[in-house]
Ligand binder design. Structure first.
Ligand code: ADE
Length: 221
């Protein structure tokens, strides 16, 4: 699966995407993540990406032209692709949307900055407006990283133990997350205090363990 991220701060992404499973999946060609500097699609000497808002008011607004050109260059003609813009006014991102995205061939992610992006980008260019929560960030970059990571781990082969992943998906809906423990069985932070691992998990009884996990699962939708 291919991700194309459009941003005016490409450096933000570098170290994050060069670590761990995301990096491994890129080396294995399961993921192709391209970070693009929006200024590449400007034509003036100052490489302008923003302008003053019509109607007045504070701050600057990101212009439509460079974004339109960037998307036109990056969108693949063959295969399924979706164009996403990040905004706190968008639809709340969740596991269901991530699953839909993971079936695409390409995801183009547009990161806004300043006071926002010319609304015509959301209206005419983007297929989906996404918010990662009801709070206001300084731009879409962190939201893009959240989406890349959540979608990437659903791409077959990325998190390795695909069997484990399958088991954790319920037959009904959503995604199960149960509590996990590892050694030591008893952790003693100070004398007379013992933090124990639930006995059932040490029993070796797989039926009971599965039932316990089901009971303690939270469905993430
Ligand atoms: N840009 C600013 N705040 C945001 C949020 N909560 N989600 C997505 N994009 C944003």
């Amino acid at each position: 699966m291919r991700f194309d991220v459009i941003t005016i701060f490409p450096e933000i992404f570098k170290s994050y995407l060069e670590e761990g499973l995301i990096a491994r999946a890129q080396r294995k060609k399961l993921l192709e993540i391209r970070i693009h500097n929006l200024r590449r699609w400007t034509t003036d000497a100052h490489r302008t990406v923003d302008d003053r808002p019509f109607g007045g008011g504070r701050g600057m607004v990101m212009k439509i032209e460079p974004i339109y050109k960037a998307v036109g260059d990056l969108k693949r003609k063959n295969g399924k692709s979706k164009i996403v813009i990040f905004t706190p006014r968008g639809e709340r991102f969740n596991q269901k949307i991530a699953t839909e995205f993971s079936k695409l061939g390409q995801l183009i992610l547009i990161c806004g900055r300043y006071e926002g992006v010319d609304e015509r980008v959301a209206k005419y260019i983007a297929d989906k407006k996404i918010s990662i929560g009801s709070y206001v960030l300084m731009g879409g970059e962190l939201a893009a990283l959240v989406v890349v990571e959540t979608v990437a781990r659903l791409v077959p082969g990325v998190i390795g133990k695909s069997e484990l992943l399958k088991k954790r998906i319920t037959k009904k809906k959503g995604f199960l997350e149960y509590p996990q423990y590892t050694r030591p069985e008893i952790f003693s932070p100070k004398k007379g205090v013992a933090w124990r691992v639930p006995k059932i998990l040490l029993s070796g009884d797989h039926k009971k363990i599965e039932a316990w996990r089901e009971k303690h699962s939270k469905i993430v939708e």
